[in-house]
Ligand binder design. Structure first.
Ligand code: SF4
Length: 235
């Protein structure tokens, strides 16, 4: 039986209800050894999860999906944090090259953003997760209604264990942590971008009370799919 199969998920979530992110990360890294990775979009507040993770496991693989649609500032932020935190980044790209994708699909992000995300984000992530037993991500409950309902530890339908150590942290705790550690926000933060993904689908939030309201603005979409694809029933 694998580590993922043997876990008592309900007990773990009870145990972590009042735990700090570092305690949850230490447990996950001890439990899964070399079968664990984190993911990062190198978005607005990404330095927080990355900094905490390398405190626990300096060599932990960091999955980064380079969709081809990212802001140049995001790629510069990736390079900055790689240098500061000595990150072991595993960059993954869509199977179809970016130029070929644009030629075949044009502005798919306008006409069918779910399909665009499936091709450029979800499929590359699935490939990057192959062979792992645990994936740690930086999702927080204060980001979307979907995320507010997540537990700290889940066993997904595909068998992978997903761990969300920052789930109960709020943005203020993240900012305080980054300030204490002397770590930067994404360079576009100062221009008003409080949640940052692909350039065609990211704007300065129209609603200052909803930091993610600039993502897929006007599209009735709040998740790209990388945090929800494992919820779907097996085909
Ligand atoms: S966020 Fe936008 S551009 Fe990026 S993959 Fe999704 S739909 Fe495409």
């Amino acid at each position: 039986m694998s580590t993922a199969e043997s876990l008592d998920i309900a007990s773990l979530n009870q145990r972590f209800a009042a735990a700090e992110p570092l305690e949850i990360m230490r447990w996950a890294c001890d439990a899964f050894g070399d079968k664990i990775a984190i993911s990062s979009s190198f978005g607005a507040e990404s330095a927080c999860l990355l900094s905490l993770a390398v405190k626990v496991k300096p060599e932990i693989p960091v999955i980064f999906i380079n969709t081809g649609f990212l802001f140049p500032e995001t790629l510069a932020f990736r390079d900055d944090l790689r240098s500061r935190l000595k990150l072991n980044i595993k960059e993954v790209e869509p199977i179809m090259g970016h130029a070929a994708f644009l030629k075949e699909f044009g502005q798919l992000y306008q006409s069918d953003p779910d399909r665009c995300c499936q091709i450029n984000k979800v499929e590359p992530l699935k490939r990057a997760l192959e062979g792992l037993e645990c994936w740690m991500s930086g999702v927080r409950g204060d980001q979307t209604a979907y995320r507010a309902g997540l537990p700290f530890v889940e066993r997904k339908k595909d068998g992978l264990v997903k761990v969300s150590p920052l789930l109960r942290w709020h943005s203020k705790q993240v900012y305080e942590y980054l300030k204490k550690e002397g770590l930067p926000m994404h360079p576009l933060w100062e221009k008003g971008y409080t949640s940052i993904g692909c350039e065609p689908c990211t704007a300065v939030p129209g609603n200052p009370d909803d930091p993610r309201s600039g993502r897929w603005s006007g599209k009735n979409k709040s998740e790209c799919g990388i945090h929800t694809f494992q919820d779907a029933p097996k085909a």
